[in-house]
Design a binder for this molecule. Structure first.
Ligand SMILES: [Zn+2]
Length: 59
C-alpha cells in the first residue's frame, strides 16, 4: 500500500528495524495531512517497540 503520498516517521535507536516499504510489525498509525495544494498525504507514524508505551498503559 506504499504510495508516493506517504511519509514515514520512525523512532530512532529502536530495538527493531522498521519496514517503511511494506507492512511494518509495529502497525504504524496513518495520519492524514493536508498539503499546501489542498491534496491529502499520509504520515505513517511508527511506534517504538522498546516497551515504553506498554508500561504506560499498565500504570
Ligand atoms: Zn514500524
Amino acid at each position: 500500500m506504499t504510495t508516493a503520498d506517504e511519509a514515514h516517521v520512525v523512532p530512532l535507536n529502536d530495538l527493531i528495524e522498521h519496514d517503511t516499504e511494506g507492512d511494518c510489525v509495529c502497525v504504524p498509525e496513518a495520519r492524514p495531512v493536508t498539503r499546501d495544494d489542498g491534496s491529502i498525504a499520509w504520515l505513517m507514524v511508527h511506534h517504538s517497540l522498546d516497551g515504553r508505551e506498554t508500561s504506560e498503559q499498565l500504570q
